[in-house]
Design a binder for this molecule. Structure first.
Ligand SMILES: Nc1nc2c(ncn2[C@@H]2O[C@H](COP(=O)(O)OP(=O)(O)OP(=O)(O)O)[C@@H](O)[C@H]2O)c(=O)[nH]1
Length: 505
């Protein structure tokens, strides 16, 4: 072969080898068999070229490519179809306006013709961004309006936190009622560790099932008590009815005995009027007196039996009444206990959020009617997580209990404290001017900072930050709460262990 031909052949085989390298890079990952064969082909075409083996490899690659069910085109179309389905499902499920607009845009983009497989990836990213926006985790989402997205995301995170807090309170309540229930105990543990949306949803569902079960059991118990009450009343009614008819019978028997006595006396009178000897009179008198004595004895016996019947009726009624009283007493106690538990935070034994909601609504209505202001304060323990992390969850629990005790015992009768959730407490205070409110909340804060804590032989000062405000006339309580919460945030960011209040004006 001439040198020129040889050079041209080498140039062609190098070009082909380069082409095979690019082709295998492009196809890499589609099928392991094709990858392997392309690797072999590359080897045969590099270094000392072996055309015989290269030809065999090329035939194999070509066969494998023919057998491969996925062409790049069919894969692209399948992915596009899947993406389209995903975004449509998302559009059906989501209600948040920003996420909806974004989803509509992505849906339109998917429907446009796609130039190649590389164009799919950005579409995937856009769909993912939509999902993230809705889940409130759009750290790298780039929606049209970042401000709207940030607020939607904040709302979702807040909603999730509220759900976790509420769930935590319910779990605590059910742990008290069902200390044996392992699932509820494990749920408490997992709540502390943090839950994903799916776990949160599942936990809510399971707890709802537990609650429905409890309610049914309760309804069943109440039904049984009412049934027993009804039966006992039915029995008593029967007893009273039979006693009334027995009384009527005895009345008739008494009447007939009196009639009998009267007729004996009349017979006696008749007998005395006749012409009789003393012996005859004596005999007749004995006869009539005997009749009277019999009648009186029968009367006494009937009255005794009547008395006994009445007594045993009264005793049985008394027994039924006292057994009923016992049953209803224990049920009433149980109901009272349940009601207390329902409104009490199980860990700190101060009122819970449900109790707060009821009390706050009542106070708010009263203040609106009397046109007197109402103040609201949110107390949040500072760096509470550090206590948990350093001394353990049990130490954290004890801290919360001591703080709750302190707040409860230092409030006066017109003030009200409840555990809002986590390490947060909420206080309702009656009419206070701004200065007075600040002074009062500072007293509570200073008192808290003086509480002597000792964990693992270490003395510890625990402080709290407080945000407070007055509820404006006509304003909804929630708005006042949000303002107090903002003040709390300010107190935290200004260094903690302080009170920040916001005037009504
Ligand atoms: N031991 C215990 N910890 C709880 C309870 N409820 C919530 N926590 C914990 O309270 C901690 C609150 O932490 P953060 O919200 O970061 O607040 P923080 O550490 O107090 O920090 P600042 O509020 O910023 O001062 C979390 O670690 C929760 O797990 C509870 O009932 N018991």
């Amino acid at each position: 072969m001439e040198a020129k031909q040889l050079q041209s052949l080498r140039a062609h085989s190098e070009q082909m080898a380069g082409f095979v390298v690019r082709l295998s890079n492009y196809y890499e990952g589609l099928s392991t068999e094709i990858d392997k064969e392309l690797q072999g082909l590359r080897n045969h075409l590099s270094g000392k070229i072996d055309f015989t083996l290269a030809t065999i490899s090329m035939n194999k690659v070509s066969q494998l490519i023919m057998l491969e069910p996925h062409s790049v085109k069919s894969l692209t179309q399948a992915w596009l179809r899947q993406l389209d389905e995903d975004i449509q499902t998302f559009q059906r499920l989501v209600h948040e306006p920003t996420a909806k607009t974004q989803a509509a845009k992505v849906s339109a983009a998917i429907k446009k013709p796609v130039s190649g497989i590389g164009a799919i990836l950005p579409l995937y990213q856009q769909v993912l961004t939509c999902y993230k926006m809705d889940m409130g985790t759009a750290e790298d989402a780039q929606p049209e309006s970042p401000a709207a997205d940030a607020s939607a995301s904040k709302r979702t995170v807040q909603l999730k936190q509220n759900l976790i807090d509420e769930l935590g309170q319910l779990v605590q309540t059910y742990i008290r009622v069902n200390p044996e229930d392992e699932y509820i105990a494990s749920l408490e543990q997992r709540l502390g560790d943090g839950l994903t949306e799916e776990e949160l949803l599942n936990s809510c569902l399971i707890l709802i099932r537990v609650m429905v079960q409890e309610t049914l059991t309760e309804a069943n118990t109440a039904g049984k008590i009412i049934q027993r009450l009804n039966n006992a009343l039915g029995n008593m009614n029967g007893d009273v009815q039979s006693s009334i008819s027995k009384s009527a019978e005895s009345f008739e028997a008494r009447q007939s005995r009196q009639q009998e006595l009267r007729s004996v006396l009349e017979d006696m009178e008749d007998a005395l009027e006749g012409d009789h000897t003393v012996d005859e009179l004596k005999k007749q008198a004995q006869h009539y007196l005997g009749q009277m004595a019999n009648s009186l004895t029968a009367g006494e016996e009937a009255e005794r039996m009547e008395q006994e019947g009445l007594m045993s009726l009264l005793v049985s009624m008394q027994q039924q009444l006292s057994s009923l009283q016992k049953q209803t007493d224990s049920y009433r106690k149980k109901l009272v206990e349940q009601r207390i538990n329902m409104y009490t935070d199980p860990l700190t034994r101060v009122p819970n959020r449900m109790a707060y909601n009821e009390r706050a609504n009542k106070e708010w209505e009263r203040c609106q009617a009397q046109d007197t202001p109402l103040s609201i304060a949110v107390v949040d323990v500072d760096h509470f997580k550090r206590i948990n992390d350093k001394y353990g969850h049990a130490a954290g629990d004890k801290t919360l209990q001591a703080i709750a005790r302190h707040l409860k015992s230092n409030l006066n009768s017109s003030e009200f404290v409840a555990r809002w959730g986590g390490e947060e407490f909420i206080i309702l205070l009656p009419d206070h001017s701004s200065d007075k409110l600040q002074k009062r909340l500072n007293e509570l804060r200073e008192g808290l900072a003086k509480l002597p804590f000792k964990f693992k032989q270490e003395r510890l000062t625990v402080t709290a930050s407080i945000g407070g405000t007055q509820c404006r006339h006509g304003e909804k309580l929630d708005s006042a709460f949000e303002r107090a919460d903002k003040c709390l945030y300010k107190a935290k960011s200004c260094g903690r262990n302080q009170v920040v209040i916001q005037d009504t004006e």
